[in-house]
Design a protein around this ligand. Structure first.
Ligand code: GLN
Length: 226
């Protein structure tokens, strides 16, 4: 059983829950997704962490009352080898945790650097990451949660089946400052780095949870299960 903590501050949380269950099914492992809303829920029993995309300023504000972000950062300090997946705003938090904290990934990031909301876009990406295969006869069907919230049904676009290009969804996305990337570049959009891996921490500027390609979520579960 892999226990994955998910920061429920704001943003694309429910889609990550679905993606984690889908990836677990593909790998044949069992997963428990722990929805984290307060700092005191973050404990040493978590095997991995997901920081979703959304709006990083809103997340920092939402964290103030229950001190979730400081607890997540201190969990990362205590467990440097446990995997963390930060997507979009989550990548921003990893690259600039704020205050005196050192970045959790060795790169700097510029918020909203592709332009405004309407400049959001989708594009095929190349991925250079070893991930265990996932094969299921029945694809995982997204369930509505207790608030009747159902993940967006985004299917792979042509040319983005597994092992090939990845369907990247960029929503008012940040950009890594290419010359500042001092860790492994694992995802590219043409020549631009849009995904990095620094030890056990992965930061992606796009939203993998909005597609049905679970490569990055499988990586997280497999790494946590090591
Ligand atoms: N623009 C957001 C921010 O600055 C990130 C966008 C996203 O997570 N989709 O936090």
């Amino acid at each position: 059983m892999v226990r994955v903590g998910l920061a429920m501050l704001q943003g694309a949380r429910h889609e990550h829950i679905e993606a984690l269950h889908g990836a677990a099914l593909e790998l044949g492992v069992s997963v428990e997704v722990v929805e984290l809303r307060r700092g005191d829920q973050v404990d040493g029993n978590l095997d991995a962490l997901v920081l979703p995309g959304g709006e990083s300023t809103a997340m920092r504000k939402a964290s103030e009352s229950e001190a979730l972000l400081p607890a997540l950062f201190s969990w990362m300090d205590q467990h440097p080898n446990r995997p963390v997946l930060g997507t979009c705003a989550g990548a921003i938090l990893l690259a600039s945790p704020g205050g005196e904290k050192e970045p959790y990934i060795a790169t700097s990031v510029s918020r909203n650097a592709w332009g405004r909301q309407r400049q959001s876009f989708e594009a095929l990406l190349s991925v250079d990451l070893e991930v265990p295969d996932g094969s299921v006869s029945e694809p995982h069907v997204a369930q509505a949660d207790r608030f009747n919230h159902r993940p967006l049904p985004v299917s792979p676009i042509d040319g983005s089946s597994e092992g090939e290009a990845f369907h990247g969804v960029f929503i008012r996305a940040p950009r890594f400052e290419s010359s500042s990337v001092q860790c492994e570049a694992i995802v590219h959009l043409d020549t631009e780095v849009v995904g990095v891996l620094d030890g056990a921490r992965m930061a992606l500027t796009f939203h993998p949870e909005l597609t049905t390609d679970r490569r990055f979520h499988r990586w997280l579960l497999a790494r946590a299960d090591d």
